[in-house]
Write a protein that binds this ligand. Structure first.
Ligand code: FE
Length: 141
């Protein structure tokens, strides 16, 4: 599609124009999801979310992480040891003079955060997510 800023190898089933995302998202969610921003650590109420349920993409609503994979990393960002299979994708991020693995929603391409190899078992992975890029859906009682 003309005007797409995504890598040609990766296509997303949910696509909006930049203006469409601006209208749909809060300014802070837009800054994180669509401009690769990072929220201030400790700022997300989802740091304290302990209920059973699912964390969905704030951009498109796709379920991304289950509550049982969430853990307290001490970083100030909601952290998980594994995503729902196939829900996220990664690419190498060389910004800020570091090489990190960027994590984004596989459905809409929205930037979620980064993954680091210092998480707990069973995966050893730490998915360090921006809470503003997620919405929590509690399980039905
Ligand atoms: Fe999404």
């Amino acid at each position: 599609m003309f005007g797409s800023k995504q890598a040609p190898a990766e296509t997303f089933s949910v696509r909006l124009t930049d203006e469409g995302w601006r209208v749909r998202l809060s300014p802070e969610a837009y800054r994180v999801l669509r401009q690769h921003g990072t929220e201030r650590p400790g700022s997300s109420p989802l740091n304290f979310e302990k209920r059973e349920g699912v964390f969905v993409c704030a951009g498109c609503g796709t379920p991304l992480f289950r509550s049982e994979t969430k853990y307290e990393s001490g970083t100030g960002w909601p952290s998980f040891y594994a995503p729902i299979e196939g829900a996220v994708a990664t690419r190498t991020d060389r910004s800020f003079f570091m090489t990190r693995t960027e994590v984004h929603c596989a459905t809409c391409g929205g930037h979620l955060g980064h993954v680091f190899p210092d998480g707990p078992q069973p995966t050893g992975q730490r998915y360090c997510m921006n809470g503003v890029a997620l919405d929590f859906r509690p399980a039905q009682e």
